[in-house]
Ligand binder design. Structure first.
Ligand SMILES: [Zn+2]
Ligand SMILES: [Zn+2]
Length: 348
């Protein structure tokens, strides 16, 4: 069968690889249909592993952690929640079960977590075996929106970390796929949303997905726009989805006293930050890593409820043989690029 194999940083080839063979007793063989490409795929592809929590070696790796698939075969000891022919989405995360975050019920922050498509082989191949516990049925969802459940689960977890209340004002920095998913999830939670992004088309999408206000400009101009919306004290919640290290300083300046900043975007470089802002404003800063299984369930419901609106995010499609072009499309972000997909054909 065919797979897109990332052999080394910047080297992805389409190659014949062995089929997975019969499933282990608690595993499921699935046939990927649609794989979304995201910023963390780009980090792996380019060897920028400093931005991802410490895996020693990623290569060779079959990437793809946001995907829909069809169940082909169940292992002999699977719970039967899904059946052959069912469409599923894969919750890519597996914790070690032994470290402090795992024992505290937060395997998404496991010190040695393994993600399908990053630490283990993922969706950019025609068949793969995954534990049944990581496979979630999606009902009658089409394959493209089903591939957006994983990014939506990232947004759901960020909102959980933000502790948003209905009616609360939240500024979402960045209107890429994760920022836009956060707009959907926050709006559904009853929050009032303002989104910022330099790209006009992404601001338009944020507005179409429910953002009350969108803006862009210099740091000072953005601060002015935000305060015109919230009043002088600023918003009680700011969620950074940009992956730009400078955004943390911007978020802590923007957020109101006693407010909370959530950082979702990943980046390796350091950025200067005035530490006095924390005690002066008594702000909380929370990181948000991956998503729990409960977040994944919530994300399935959100994508099901907003499938038509979410379809506007799918901007580019490449066949499996064009997986490298798909990654390069995310890297170059041509005009109009939002969510880039690889289509594998699905049902045999
Ligand atoms: Zn992703
Ligand atoms: Zn762990």
């Amino acid at each position: 069968m065919l797979a897109a194999v990332t052999q080394a940083p910047g080297v992805m080839v389409i190659d014949e690889v062995p089929e997975p063979g019969p499933p282990g007793p608690q595993d499921v063989i699935i046939r990927p249909e649609i794989v979304g490409i995201c910023g963390s795929d780009l980090h792996v592809y380019s060897g920028d592993t400093g931005a991802l929590s410490g895996a020693p070696s990623f290569f060779p790796r079959i990437q793809g952690h946001e995907f829909s698939a069809v169940v082909e075969q169940l292992g002999g000891d699977c719970p039967g929640e899904v059946q052959p022919g069912d469409r599923v989405a894969v919750w890519p995360l597996r914790g070690c079960g032994r470290c402090y975050p795992c024992r505290a019920g937060r395997a998404n922050a496991c010190v040695s977590l393994e993600l399908v498509g990053i630490h283990r082989d993922g969706g950019l191949q025609q068949l793969l075996s995954v534990p049944a516990s990581q496979v979630f049925g999606v009902g009658d969802l089409d394959p493209e929106p089903a591939a957006f459940i994983e990014p939506m689960s990232i947004a759901v977890h960020a909102l959980d970390r933000a502790g948003i209340a209905a009616g609360q004002q939240v500024v979402i920095l960045g209107a890429g796929p994760i920022g836009l998913a956060t707009v959907v999830a926050a709006t559904a939670a009853g929050a009032k949303v303002m989104a910022t992004d330099p790209v006009a088309g992404r601001r338009d999408l944020a507005a179409a997905l429910g953002a009350e206000n969108v803006a862009w400009g210099s740091d000072d101009e953005l601060l002015g726009e935000v305060r015109a919306w919230t009043g002088q004290e600023g918003p009680p919640r700011v969620i950074d989805t940009t992956g730009d290290p400078a955004a943390l300083a911007q978020a802590t300046t923007m957020v109101c006293s006693a407010g909370r900043v959530v950082v979702v975007g990943m980046s390796a470089p350091a950025a200067p930050l005035r530490s006095g802002v924390f005690p002066e404003k008594e702000i909380d800063v929370a990181g948000s890593s991956c998503a729990s299984a409960a977040d994944f369930f919530t994300a399935i419901g959100l994508v099901r409820a907003h499938r038509e609106a979410i379809a506007a995010l799918f901007s580019h499609r490449f066949p499996l043989t064009g997986a490298r072009e798909a990654i390069e499309c995310v890297a170059n972000s041509p005009a109009g690029a939002v969510k880039v997909l690889v289509t594998l054909g699905g049902r045999a």
